[in-house]
Design a protein around this ligand. Structure first.
Ligand code: BGN
Length: 392
């Protein structure tokens, strides 16, 4: 064979080898490229899901798709999410999915009920005028046994509390009843009062403030104690100071606090349903929390019957407030009979000099000991030892 022919044969063999190499290289390239493309398409799917669930952590970690076990090694998954085992990964993943689903559900809820989903379950404010009032009441002076009253008044809660069941009351009212040794009167009042307060749709609690011992009764100081102790229980905004022997005769006489202090027992049967004098503030009266604080409460110096309510009327006027009243046909009461109490011989003197003490005698220097406190069904009972104020 000539030399030229041998050389040509050798060249052709190399060209074939080169061609085989090129083909192999192309196959390898195609294989590598197909892997990347695959991963890209999965990333896209996952990112779309994450975006739909609104979970930003997925978007920040687009390789989070690995959580679903779609192809990459557990070691790689762990390094991406900075956690160590596949078990943890699964937990983390399901947590994330739950969160995402919750957010999704919330969003769906918000869209399907844009205004007030919660309002449907929260009762509305009660109407300004309670709808179930009857006007004149049949007053019962001979109530059934206490246990019978307790079982009849199913809506009343322990401690003498009541509130409307179908609407949010506009008034948080503490009824303060100064008390000593009148169990029959108390039973009668509770029997008549509770059903009326429930109809009036007030959110209320009845406090019986009993003076310990047999010394001179101090109605005014017991009112002050009732105010202070009631506020330890709840932020009442209205206080009704109520004698135990007065029974309301009309449920339109609302146990609430308007703009000005209100004298509520305008017309009492004992006084032939006539107001004895213009500034009378005794019997039953209503003051807001702020008004009572503003006048420094009642004076503490009136021991025995009379004068403390007149002193309060003077305090009210001195602070630029005035006594308001409902008409006599509404603000009517029956009085239960009892022995006349011993009047305080110094009441005129204290009334005359009262103005000097408005700032120093009252809530500001009130001293007492709470001896006992109980919550039977129909009232909250406070037994108190009063400390006479030191002369100033
Ligand atoms: C008044 C009393 C009041 C009492 C009413 C009604 C006095 C002070 C001297 C004028 N005032 O006479 O405290 O609420 O009667 O009973 O005694």
């Amino acid at each position: 064979m000539p030399v030229a022919a041998a050389l040509a044969l050798w060249h052709r063999a190399h060209i074939y080898k080169a061609l085989v190499c090129v083909v192999l290289a192309l196959i390898a390239l195609q294989y590598l490229l197909s892997g990347v493309l695959d991963r890209r398409s999965l990333e896209t799917i996952f990112t779309i899901n994450a975006t739909r669930y609104g979970d930003h952590s997925y978007r920040n970690h687009p390789h989070g798709l690995i959580i679903y076990g779609l192809g990459t090694s557990p070691a790689y998954q762990a390094s991406t999410l900075n956690i160590t085992s596949t078990a943890q990964l699964t937990v983390q993943a399901s947590r994330d999915i739950n969160n995402a689903t919750r957010q999704d559900m919330n969003a769906t809820r918000a869209i399907s009920s844009p205004s007030n989903t919660t309002d449907l379950s929260t009762p509305q404010r009660c109407p300004l005028i309670p709808p179930n009032l009857v006007g004149p009441l049949t007053v019962t002076k001979n109530p059934p046994e206490l246990s019978v009253i307790e079982s009849t008044l199913t809506e009343v809660k322990q401690g003498g509390r009541g509130w409307p069941s179908d609407c949010n009351s506009r008034h948080r009212v503490a009824i303060i009843i100064p008390y000593r040794d009148r169990p029959q009167h108390l039973q009668t009042l509770l029997y008549n009062l509770h059903p009326m307060l429930l109809r009036q749709q007030v959110d209320y609690q009845i406090f019986i403030v009993e003076q310990e011992g047999t010394g001179q009764f101090n109605r005014a100081m017991l009112m002050n104690v009732g105010y202070v102790e009631a506020l330890k229980e709840r932020e009442f905004d209205c206080f009704i100071f109520h004698d135990v022997d007065l029974l309301p005769e009309n449920d339109r006489n609302l146990y609430t606090c308007p703009e000005q202090p209100r004298h509520m027992s305008v017309a009492i049967d004992k006084f032939k349903y006539r107001l004895p004098y213009a500034d009378l503030f005794g019997g039953v009266s209503a003051m807001s929390r702020d008004q009572f604080r503003q006048v420094n409460g009642f004076s503490n110096v009136f021991w025995g019957w009379g004068g403390e309510d007149d002193d309060m009327a003077n305090r009210i006027k001195a602070r630029g407030l005035h006594i308001s009243r409902y008409p006599a046909n509404v603000a009517r009461y029956k009085m239960l009979s009892h022995r006349r109490e011993k009047a305080n011989p110094r009441r005129y003197e204290f009334l005359k000099t009262g103005k000097k003490r408005f700032g120093t005698d009252g809530l500001i220097n009130l001293e007492y000991q709470l001896v006992d406190k109980k919550k039977p069904k129909l009232y909250t009972w406070l037994l108190v030892r009063l400390t006479p104020p030191q002369p100033s």
